[in-house]
Design a protein around this ligand. Structure first.
Ligand code: UD1
Length: 427
């Protein structure tokens, strides 16, 4: 069984460069299907979710020419299939963007219901509602989603019942080449929504209002790339290194990031007494004591991101005092707290609330990575702990963090990625 072996405790110091945003890249890669030609992308994170996406696109007929692992040209001229294999698409959540992108280009689309992190119920009713408003018929059966259109999709007024990143981006993808004007209200405002709109606009799309509550899309006949597009830096990877720096009482400069995207996290850091300095596209985090406790309520951007909730819990686990986390997006996001309790944390989690009483020390232990962000939190906990922490289910972490071991070790951590452990958790 594969595992990360983290030898703690350590103090992180130095400089680390952030990779391209996973949640942008997983929408921009399928968005290239709207172009019957070539697209040149850079700052694409080399993570397993992206490698899975590349495999899916290749299975549909896309050709890739690599300049580096993070920069390539995709040629979608000969894509002739809109049926993505169950085996490939069921692996991860963001495969749902194939629906919007392929529906923009083809009349009939089939993908499996999306997989991904187990965070509780993950409905796609708002995605389906958006496609239907645009004139498609959508059917879910045998674990697959089938979407069809007779003629071109037609611009429509779509009001989302919940603020959903996925439904917002899927509606944008489907409406870009639709006839007429589409207005989408109550949309998500996350940086990756804006990045997708910027990418499509750079190809000739007409999308206005991304980053606000209402998006207006005037359909265009075709898209064409004129220059290389660079994906924005990853907000959550930035936040993960910010937490690791503070939790290990370190001094780390995080480069290639967008400080504006980090505001909800930076505000909490300052409440906790952690020093944060912003300088252009870098952030320095410095800490020399236990943090003060604080409370978090997760909400859509610009609120506190749910994907930073498990990492922030490590700061609370070692804080002076008691903090409260209220999770408002995903119903089952506290499974990881049982793992922290094994390390000596004092956490009681019920329903959507966790009460975290800070303790002086955590102790190394074998722990599971329940999902991508919980896995990152386990690594940070390992860096703080006395002794050795073994983090299992590494595949979750590798879905979303590029070179995570190398990056942490370059800051002074001692983490090994052990591939063939025959003893596993049985010991
Ligand atoms: C995206 C992110 C994920 C992050 C989440 C919230 C990607 C690939 N994943 O997930 O990391 O945790 O945003 O920031 O970008 N909902 C519905 N009906 C729908 C869609 C969503 O009720 O059709 C609900 C969900 O159950 C959830 C809330 O809306 O409670 C937000 O979900 P959404 O923003 O869609 O999350 P994802 O796009 O799946």
């Amino acid at each position: 069984m594969e595992k990360f072996v983290v030898h703690g405790p350590c103090r992180l110091t130095g400089e680390v460069k952030i990779s391209g945003a996973k949640n942008s890249a997983v929408a921009i890669l399928p968005a290239t299907l709207l172009v019957k030609g070539k697209c040149h992308l850079e700052n694409v994170p080399n993570i397993s979710d992206i490698r899975s996406y590349i495999e899916i696109l290749e299975s549909l007929g896309s050709k890739f020419e690599y300049i580096s692992p993070n920069e390539f040209i995709i040629d979608n001229t000969n894509v002739n299939s809109a049926i993505a294999s169950y085996e490939l698409t069921s692996k991860f959540r963001a495969s749902y963007y194939l629906l919007g992108a392929l529906l923009g280009r083809f009349n009939e689309v089939q993908i499996s219901l999306p997989g991904g992190c187990n965070l509780g119920a993950r409905p796609i009713d708002q995605h389906i509602k958006a496609f239907e408003k645009l004139g498609a018929t959508v059917e879910v059966k045998n674990g697959n989603v089938y979407a069809k259109k007779k003629d071109a999709l037609k611009g429509a007024h779509i009001f989302l019942d919940v603020v959903s990143v996925g439904a917002t981006m899927n509606a944008i993808l489907a409406a870009t080449l639709a006839e007429g004007t589409t207005i989408i209200e109550n949309v998500a405002k996350e940086p990756h929504v804006v990045d997708l709109a910027n990418f499509l606009n750079s190809l000739g799309a007409n999308i206005k209002g991304a980053g606000t509550d209402t998006i207006k899309i005037t359909g265009v006949k075709e898209l064409k790339q004129v220059s290389c597009y660079s994906i924005i830096p990853d907000q959550i990877e930035t936040g993960t290194f910010m937490v690791a720096a503070a939790a290990t009482k370190g001094d780390v400069t995080i480069t290639n990031c967008i400080p504006k995207h980090m505001e909800p996290i930076t505000a909490k850091f300052r409440e906790a007494g952690i020093e944060v300095y912003e300088n252009g596209s870098s952030i320095r985090v410095k800490m020399d004591k236990r943090p003060n406790s604080f409370s978090i309520k997760t909400s859509p951007y610009p609120g506190f991101p749910t994907d930073m909730q498990p990492q922030m819990c490590i700061l609370l686990a070692i804080a002076n005092g008691t903090g409260i986390i209220v999770e408002n997006i995903w119903e089952s996001r506290f499974q990881y707290t049982d793992e922290l309790v094994k390390m000596g944390a004092d956490i009681s989690a019920h329903g959507t609330t966790a009460i975290v009483k800070g303790v002086d020390k955590l102790y190394g232990s074998p722990v599971q990575s329940h999902d991508l962000r919980a896995g990152a939190a386990m690594i940070i906990a390992g860096l703080v702990c006395e002794g050795v922490t073994e983090v299992y289910n590494t595949h979750h972490i590798l879905r979303g963090y590029e070179n995570i071991v190398e990056k942490f070790n370059s800051l002074g951590a001692n983490i090994e990625y052990v591939k063939d452990d025959t003893e596993g958790l049985a010991k």
